[in-house]
Design a binder for this molecule. Structure first.
Ligand code: KIV
Length: 267
């Protein structure tokens, strides 16, 4: 799918006219090429690659160098989608100047169009600093996986009134700080709807119900490639893990039986 490159301004206009935003994750050139051709608007190079491709239990170990390596591959494959690089744990928490240096690497070396970082009021100054330096920032509220060691669980966030009000306040704070969009992860539908109506910037939900301005999923979940765990909010559109298993077993059988390669596959 060709067409005009998606910018942060495009996403704002989408919200204004009620047209939903389609976002997915990619960590490499091949998958990014497929997603871009299929018309995905936003490709997030998520630090979920820590669990999905590196096999860690959490996203915490992911480093800046690893994120830049993956982001560059994705950006090189992408013609239309907005590429957003996910700032890994401790790449923005040490203060606005350190965050600016790291966020700048996503644009200069990773060729991303924007960065994403987790958290609300505590990162507002950092968001403002990055935006002031010309770096578009996507916020991330609700379940923030980089804080897993603080919370100890991946439970739904904003289920009690105090936590819900906190998320709403954080959303407004991030908008004021200049964020161009917000990921809302694993919060009740009603809260996601309130946030969506309270801010002028688009909300992109993951486990946040249907009333957000857009949706994002981890592509490896959607394709049935990552099966170690499956959150309720994942809808499987394919079972590629099973397809790969069946294909590899057939190949192994053919090799063992001596029926691969055949004459047509030989020189
Ligand atoms: O790391 C990631 O892939 C994400 C999405 C799940 C929003 O942050």
């Amino acid at each position: 799918m060709a067409g005009e490159a998606i910018t942060t301004q495009t996403l704002r206009e989408r919200k204004a006219r009620g047209a939903r935003i389609v976002a997915l994750t990619a960590y490499d050139h091949l998958l990014a090429t497929l997603l871009d051709a299929a018309g995905v608007d936003v490709i997030l190079v998520g630090d979920s690659l820590g669990t999905v491709v590196q096999g860690h239990d959490t996203t915490v170990p992911v480093t800046m160098d690893q994120m830049i390596y993956h982001t560059e591959m994705v950006s090189r494959a992408t013609r239309r989608a907005l590429v957003v690089g996910d700032m890994p744990f401790l790449s923005y928490q040490l203060g606005p100047e350190d965050a600016l240096r790291n966020a700048g690497r996503f644009l200069k070396e990773g060729r991303a169009g924007a960065v994403k970082l987790e958290g609300g009021a505590p990162v507002a100054d950092t968001v403002a600093r990055l935006v002031g330096a010309g770096i578009p920032v996507m916020g991330h509220l609700g379940l923030t996986p980089q804080s897993i060691h603080l919370f100890g669980t991946y439970r739904t966030r904003g289920t009690d009134a105090a936590e819900a009000e906190g998320i709403l306040a954080d959303a407004r704070t991030l908008e004021e700080a200049g964020a161009f969009a917000l990921v809302l992860e694993k919060v009740p539908t009603t809260l996601a709807e309130r946030v969506t109506q309270s801010v002028g910037i688009p909300t992109i939900g993951i486990g946040a119900g249907p009333r957000c301005d857009g949706q994002v999923l981890v592509t490896h979940d959607l394709l049935g490639l990552f099966t170690r765990f499956r959150p309720r909010f994942v809808r499987r559109y394919a079972e590629l893990g099973q397809a790969i298993d069946a294909a590899v077993r057939r190949y192994a059988e053919d090799v063992r039986a001596g029926s691969f390669p055949g004459s047509e596959e030989s020189y």
